[in-house]
Design a protein around this ligand. Sequence first.
Ligand code: NDP
Ligand code: 2IT
Length: 452
Amino acid sequence: MTETLTALPASVREVFQTVVARNPHEPEFQQAVHEVLVSIAPVLDEHPQFVDGGILERIVEPERQIMFRVPWVDDAGRLQVNRGYRVQFSSVLGPYKGGLRFHPSVNLSIVKFLGFEQIFKNALTGQGIGGAKGGSDFDPHGRSDAEVMRFCQSFMSELYRHLGEHTDVPAGDIGVGAREIGYLFGQYRKITNRHESGMFTGKGVQWGGAEVRTEATGYGAVFFAEEMLRIHRRSLEGLRVSVSGSGNVAIYAIDKAWQLGATPVTASDSSGYVVDDDGIDVALLRQVKEQERARISEYAARRPNARFVDGARPWEVPVDVAIPSATQNELDESDARALIDNGVRAVAEGANMPSTPGAVAALQGAGVLFGPGKAANAGGVATSALEMSQNASRQRWSFSDSERKLRSIMKDVHDAAFEAADRYGHGGDYVVGANSAGFERVAHAMLAQGVI
Ligand code: NDP
Ligand code: 2IT
């Protein structure tokens, strides 16, 4: 990252140098911090008290980082050892909140970049939730249900002591869906002897989960795209949309794109992508990915006009709107150029940090509407906060009520980012807007609460 140092304003350069020196082997964390520091320079110019109060030096250092051994026994009777993480970044606005990721690539850098971004995303929702992230390098792919259960039980046997409805409230992320959340919650309940609904979100709707939480991130990303287009007096009606991934976020982004009159034409996984000019069949995609846990090529094998492209990413397919919904740095500068050459109008990030800095610069430079993950995928965690409210008040809201709330939250998130970008002299730049609006809320609260 050193080559980008010169791009940093003097007010934040030293802080970033310290981050690099202190976290030398954490490129994703450095990337996430760099993006925020660059974009909040105008906020610091206007609020010297944030600099004087040491907000930056404090916010880049997690309040607490937990790393632990996760031993378990596989179906063949062999001992396996994974590493577990929870990085509790900031509780200034509320209990720590953020997902758990189970994927072989998980390491401290990944968990810290996700936890850092979560602070500002959660602040942007306007709800009282702090920022955290966790997970493990455990790979659920190809594991039996019994193995996943034993892993989750071992993972929670350590993590439970750091959680609680007023302390830290995890949820899902890559590799952690309904099945894993069930096993994790069950083990917490057993160890603590408390049915503490509010200590986890994304629970099954039969046992304390909120309607629309499953759909919320994908739906929210499409609502965000719709809001960006609305400013330019356009709608999603009749547009072609590409989505990457085929997990929780991607499936419901595809579902909502259809509902709003667009045609989603791609889905992907780590093996490649499928393009279906008839539009992605959501029921078949769910059958292949949610029920059978099969590879995405299975989808193409069962659809007459769909094609599987081995080992590639979907950004070469001509579309009007792109919704990257798989993983970090999955859309690079050359992908962005391909999208631009094919006339893309809007990109809304369903995933966390899916676009590289070069891709973001290229898209914004070409005048493409760009909704960063902190804003565009905030619907997931915002609906988690709705789940916490329902748990605390022992209420259950209907699907349609919850979806209406989600839509209104996404409009508010959009408007907060749009308004902040304007106010700081970067009209239309949702990266500056989202980072500034989120940072302002966190920084004011940190100043008010003193040096802790
Ligand atoms: P899932 O595990 O449900 O799905 C992840 C999808 O992305 C899978 O199709 C997976 O393919 C693909 N993928 C994962 N890693 C890679 C990789 N290295 N290269 C290519 N493809 C990959 O996760 P989610 O849908 O929940 O999460 C997707 C993204 O959205 C993540 O960035 C997550 O942080 C973000 N997000 C999730 C929220 C949520 O509520 N779940 C909320 C906000 C953001 P394969 O199966 O082959 O690995
Ligand atoms: O990245 C995210 O916002 C999530 N994985 C969801 C976090 C949450 O607590 O719902």
